[in-house]
Write a protein that binds this ligand. Sequence first.
Ligand code: 5GP
Length: 198
Amino acid sequence: MVSKGNLFIISGPSGTGKGSICNELIKYEDTFLSVSLTTRDKRNDEIDGVTYYYVSNEEFKKRIENNLMLEWAQYGDNFYGTPKDKVEEKLNSGINVILEIEVQGALKVKQKIPEAVMIFMLPPSAQALKERLLNRDREKEEEILKRIDIAKKELSKAYLYDYIIINDDFDECLKTIRNIIADRQEKLSFAEKLQESI
Ligand code: 5GP
């Protein structure tokens, strides 16, 4: 029997460095990073089908109606959601799956899949978060202010997560999350072996 893969959710305020961490995680682990659907515009450095699937509001609504989404949420003026098919397929074939999603969606996933491991990333300070958002030159000022506002709300939900990690050192943060993934895998396969041999 192939053991099911483990599901990990990574959330945290915009500008905390979740994206960079996730891009590293998939290099090392036998891990799949789910590609979300979004209605927001594609940024110059993003690739359709790799960073996101960019869809219209109508298309997004259709996917929800056709029950194709594991979860979805509104973030600012846009919608974001996780397509169900790939996540289920990967988990069933024993591959770990990472969802890099915001808090409302994360809580919906946790309700549907209670064994999902929830990781919340924090920036080292409010100043660092603001500087990162301003310096990365991605969003207009109005959008940045919206993101800071959403960050406040998201931070108030950090207590609902299994792990809270401060991203004050990229390599350390990456190591901590890799350890969480490896530890979970190791302990669960040990539990499975015990179960079979008792
Ligand atoms: P960004 O516009 O910076 O790419 O993403 C904005 C927020 O949407 C981030 O917090 C990101 O984690 C979240 N997000 C990305 N994909 C999904 C998704 O599929 N579902 C949900 N609920 N949030 C998502």
